[in-house]
Design a protein around this ligand. Sequence first.
Ligand SMILES: [Zn+2]
Length: 160
Amino acid sequence: MKDFWLCLFGGWFGLHKFYRKEYGMGFLYFLTCGIFGFGWLIDAVILLVKALKKVDIDEEYRAKQQKKIERKEQARLQRERELAARQERIEQLEKEGAVYCPKCLSTSVQYVERRKRLSIGRAVAGTVLLNPLWGAVGAVTSKKHYGFIKCLKCGYQWRV
Ligand SMILES: [Zn+2]
């Protein structure tokens, strides 16, 4: 019954939500005057019905908290499983020597050649702006980064 009274008298500023440590909702009620009265009214009715049915709200919240913890644990396990599967896949691909997307591990990738002008421009810029040595370095590095690979699945691009 306590929840109902808290809601009835303080629902317009979220008192029943704060009492149950639902601070986010409480704050929302506080800002919107109990979601413009609707949230306040609906909660009051629900809580009154629960009070009349003698529903143990403490127990309800405990179960809710428990479920939340379990869901979190499940999600964590799921993430771990996915990470392990990913690692396994990477090892497999490395063994095969396959070219794969570092993001989604797809092997449907496409080599895209970069425009040559870009690498020449880079070498020239290196020579003019710094010194011949740096120009040579620029030429070497631009030769190295000659093109890039595009993943056909997720669109991720990386240099090779
Ligand atoms: Zn990808």
